[in-house]
Design a binder for this molecule. Sequence first.
Ligand SMILES: *Cc1c(COP(=O)(O)O)cnc(C)c1O
Length: 362
Amino acid sequence: MSYKLFIPGPIEVSEKTYKAMTTPVFGHRSPDFVELYQSVQPGLQELFYTKDPVYLSTSSAWGVMEGAIRNLVHKKVLNVCSGAFSDKWLDVSKRCGKNAEALQYDWGTPVDPADIRQKLSTGEFDTITLIHNETSTGTMNPIAEIMAVIREFPDVIAVVDSVSSFSAVKIDKDALGIDVLLTGSQKALAMPPGLALLSVSERARQRAATMPDRGYYFDFLEFHKNHEKGMTPSTPVIPLIFALRSKLEDIFAEGLEARYARHERLNKLVHGWMDKYGLETLPPRSHASKSLSCIKNRYDWDLPALNAHLKTHYKCVIDGGYGKIKGKTFRISNMGDETDETISELLTNLDASLEALSFTRS
Ligand SMILES: *Cc1c(COP(=O)(O)O)cnc(C)c1O
């Protein structure tokens, strides 16, 4: 049974993207592969706003999130924590045997650059991890202000996760001074899961070169050595690279500015719907994500029942909250290929479902 996903990942994948994946594969050491790999680089560099290479990793985002820790953390890492994914990054750092400390916020509280300055001023840290768009809480952190502070500390390598914001909003990697910018395929890029993308600065590669125990699969130097030949270290998920090539065509056909504007507009449609019900986002609106909405369930609506109704009657689902705020919040994605029509239709279907289930507003 198929139904449309308005959850914040994996999200709806277009027919065109699925179709691209059925292109017959070839050897990953063949000239055909090199051509495919190199054909996506210019578009990726444009999307990442970088002159650095963009590596393709056959893994979900966590692979390269863990890899970044293993490649970069010598002294100590500051993991900025404010939701399920960022909190877990601290845990992953520790599991890699690294000296790690949290800069902890309550879920839904945006990151304050001044706190980062205070922590980094101790001189204890050589690496910082930050999630730009904390998907679990629908919070979009002020990346420009945060990066301006981090760049006051030239020895600190900055690793930024843009899994649910990449290509939905502009993140100018080089201008902001981000060392490692990473994303995954199944969220803002609207592809099936299984591919992670990361762009690594030269100074981050230089740090990696001094690191023992980087392992093999996510070794930045292996990625780079192979990149120079138009290849990946091991056999990649070639169908997803076909999907990526197709997706880049779509993105540039629409135009980057138009794409960002569309995400902003669709996000506002969801906020407008919330206002009708007196609903609020978990973070302050000023820092609410532009690619999804994490909404406080103030009327204690039975979210599994709401979703069951949506699925049965309208062949779509939203998300009933993540981690410790499951049930207390619900989330609606406007990432990827959503349009004014698809989001408006979802909101109409939500209205009808709330009515049919006699869910009240008090
Ligand atoms: C989903 C998500 C991840 C983890 O992605 P996987 O594909 O499960 O590895 C990491 N960071 C953010 C912000 C996410 O939304």
